[in-house]
Design a protein around this ligand. Structure first.
Ligand code: DAH
Length: 352
């Protein structure tokens, strides 16, 4: 058993205080406690010695020992509080659970960019005061062709273009134009409609064609409409689709249901390989025979119409060069179009 030695005791207590202060975690603190505060520690051994000290020294020794014990215990308690707080802080910083994270990390699907584009286009025409119209995809041959002034032997009726069905006189509509006739019959004139919808042609799927695709049809019939109205309408539509730098031109063409007929081209500043014109769709002044077929007097009313491919519009807007991307349903493709994706990138040219 050691002697009751105040100097050694003082040293042991200050060593203990130092060790408690230096402890980096509770384990180190506990180890230091065993050395400086356990039954075997100098301070405990010394208190057992008090009884054997000469009587006159006992009171003094007891007092000193009591002071030292209080001092080292206070330091121990302070170190314990500090280390427990640090441990809690670490836990909060490093092991927190973010309950706002999705519990299922598989990427979920999103709306198809074409559906988004149909909404954008519909919003545009609604903002002009036009209404959105639709019609059946399984269409009467009469609406798809006859009402639109197609001659009975027009090549578009041939088997290679049109999906005929086993129902006599019903076809999968080859364009959205039959809705022109349907809408005029049901709503009368004046009329201003936009018709986004699915159309079908017996093409093989390749980089520039799909057998099922989408068009936006426009029809305006009123008193006094002429080609300047058509041109103005297409010009603002093109700017809405491709940005303010876009311009349009109309080249002479032929469609049975318009006279005169035209192809709409759009000017792209950012076209690949230098700025230039890209074909966008068809347009024209509604043929008098179309108006007659639905009981509208072409001497009183005139109208303009246009039909534009929506896949083509999407491809031009985003520089998409392969139709497969639009139909294969890979959600990684669709994901590029959500906020922060490639939305509004206009850098493409393709021959869709
Ligand atoms: N229906 C035509 C097609 O699918 C496109 C078209 C051209 C529509 C001229 C029109 C138009 O309304 O006026 O090829």
């Amino acid at each position: 058993m050691p002697d009751f030695n105040i100097e050694q005791l003082n040293k042991s207590v200050s060593d203990g205080i130092l060790a408690f202060g230096n402890a980096k975690n509770i384990e180190e603190l506990k180890k230091a406690k065993t050395v400086y505060l356990s039954d075997k520690s100098l301070i405990s051994e010394s208190s057992k010695l008090i009884g054997v000290l000469p009587a006159e020294k006992r009171a003094e020794a007891g007092k000193v020992l009591g002071c030292l014990r209080t001092k080292i215990l206070d330091e121990y308690n302070a170190a314990e509080v500090r280390l427990k707080n640090e441990a809690l802080q670490n836990l909060l910083e490093n092991e927190y659970v973010d309950i706002s994270l999705p519990f299922d990390r598989r990427i979920s699907g999103t709306r198809h960019p074409l559906s988004e584009l149909i909404d954008t286009v519909s919003d545009f025409f609604t903002s002009l005061g036009w209404t959105i119209a639709d019609g059946p995809e399984l269409e009467a041959e009469w609406f798809n062709f006859d009402a639109l002034n197609f001659a009975p032997d027009h090549p578009a009726r041939a088997m290679q273009d049109t999906f005929y069905t086993t129902c006599p006189n019903l076809v999968l509509r080859t364009h959205t134009s039959p809705v022109q006739a349907r809408a005029m019959l049901s709503q009368g004139v004046p009329i201003y409609i936009a018709v986004p919808g699915k159309v079908f042609r017996s093409d093989e799927l390749d980089t520039t064609h799909t057998p099922v695709f989408h068009q936006i049809e426009g029809l305006a019939v009123d008193k006094g409409l002429n080609m300047t109205h058509l041109k103005g309408c297409l010009e603002i539509f093109a700017k809405a689709m491709f940005g303010q730098a876009a311009k349009t031109r109309i080249r002479p063409s032929y469609f049975p249901f318009t006279e005169p007929s035209g192809e709409i081209d759009v000017w792209f500043e950012a076209k690949k390989g230098g700025s230039g014109w890209i074909e966008w769709g068809g347009c024209g002044m509604v043929h008098p025979n179309v108006l007659r077929s639905v009981g509208v007097d072409p001497n009183i009313y005139t109208g303009f119409a246009f039909g534009i491919g929506l896949e083509r519009t999407l491809n031009l807007r985003h520089g998409i060069t392969d139709m497969h991307d639009l139909v294969e349903g890979d959600i990684r493709f669709a994901h590029q179009f959500i906020q922060g994706g490639i939305n509004n990138r206009i850098d493409g040219d393709n021959n869709a």
